[in-house]
Design a protein. Sequence first.
Length: 367
Amino acid sequence: MSLTVCLAPRSCLPYPNGGGYLWIFLNWALGLRAAGCEIVWLEGVPLGLGPDRVQGLTAALKERLRPYGLADALALYSASGQEVPAAVAPGCLDLATAAEAGLLLNFRYSLPREVVGRFRRSALVDIDPGLLQIWIAKGLIEIAEHGAYLTIGEQVRDPARTWHHVPPCVSLDWWPPRRAPADAPFTTVAHWYAGGWVGADETADDKRSGFLHVLDLPRSVSRPLELALDLPADDPQARLLKASGWRVRDAHTVAATPWDYQRYVQDSLGEFSCAKPAYTRLGNAWISDRTLCYLASGKPAVVEYTGPSSFLPDDAGLLRFRGREEAAVLLRRAIDDYAHQSALARALAEEHFDARRVTARVLELVA
């Protein structure tokens, strides 16, 4: 009998239009299914939403999940940890059915302990390595007890629990290599002001802060650099970026659905992105789930160095820069040696980030 895994993502229910956000969890779900598991997708219903609103959000999320064969796998619980009345969520599984799964794979740090405790086995997956441990230590987040703790960071510090490293993953079956149009830019998709932590020195920790040191970079490379951001076209930051040579697109348009996001990534020449400053300070070799989608698509990714790694390369499909000048050098290298770097990108995804293999490793750890 195959194992049923209940996947609890960070809340996607109120956020049905975030195509890239959904792919974080789709890649895990599709990898688990490819490894032979049955999937339940568990979503929390925020308090205070009326039945009509819940039904509308549920229907929208089901449509996002349908092309991947997961629409009928959606289960709901209320934010208080209780059942959602069947009349409010027709066509959805209930919490009791979800709890029959052999394993809860939880990405939602705030999942109520009443929900976690209903599962025979549970594992928390940390996709904010270093930051999550700081949030816990500072009392900003209280996590329920789980049977195992997994992190995508290669080094994290937490005296209270043992974290097992597993790399983030990408479903290679769903992300095949694709040739970019001749005039394609290097791109990335980001929330410009979103940040999860302010350090002891009160410095900002958002994507904008990460890009400040490369504002003039487009003038140093021969191919266009494009940012898909959640900024209005007339926002001062958007105007500043355009004046500095960046192309700026509306992230809500290019990544409205999972398939829009995938098309945008696969129509790109490659990825160029800076990390949020916290990840460069923490130095735990964080890599974005988004970057994996570029790599699997055969797109070289020029991204900021986030610490020493036992397996991440600095100049082979994934090109990790330290500072503005090295960013320009590595971008030019990716452009001049494009066919080779593209092949290395796909090979890196196959060797280290294949969702089928990563999820099989997870199942071994939590057995």
